[in-house]
Design a protein. Sequence first.
Length: 259
Amino acid sequence: MAAKSLLRRSLLYAYDLEDSVTPGRKAEARALVRKALDQDKPANVKERAVRINSVGSGLALQDLQEVVKSANLTTILAPKVESASDLTFIKHATPGLLSGLIFAAEDFAHDLSITRTPSLKEFLFARSAIVTAARAHDLPSTIDLVATAYKSEADQERLVEECEDGHRMGFNGKQCIHPSQVATVNRIFSPSQAEVEWAVRTVIAQKKAEEQGRGAWSLDGKMIDKPVERKAEAIVGKARLSGFDVEGLLNQHKDQEPE
């Protein structure tokens, strides 16, 4: 399975050392994950992460000591965080590898005795809190809950609905439990061609407006101010990660002027 993961395009792949591994096979799993991490990263894989065991399990340190040996590790996923001290422990062990928040809906539902429904209304407050907290602390990643069903056509339709809902709420990604979900998640959470072209034109015109000393200006008949400029810059950054030819678009629209 670890080898197969490298064949599919995704911004991030996470290898799991926690719930998917039985207690008696933790050491074996660490070795397998380390071996997978040490393989050269194909162009279709942007980041590789490891979900370690929780700090409270007593296994986190052993996980970290093994996986941080790989130069290809980019991210640590810390599950079941109970307090700030858990993150402090991980931060000291792996500086720079924590940079976002993920909503673990199943753990949350268990702790609060919540019954998950297709509407996801029971998670509305928690999901909003995740996005708000991430933005408040300048964390770049906010990853929405996993869609647990994937086999039927109805499951795929539900995945689209969940992705669109999460995107509207401010999440910039979604957890996948099966490779068949990856293409849908990538499509919905990546900017569209039209969005990228608008953002590139905005960034170009913004620079020219600044040179002209203009604080507010317009594009396509709509006023552009600082919040809109920041949105455009964020879309351009995401477009680069998503594989768009941003440099080509910048050259194509280099003559764009602020209105």
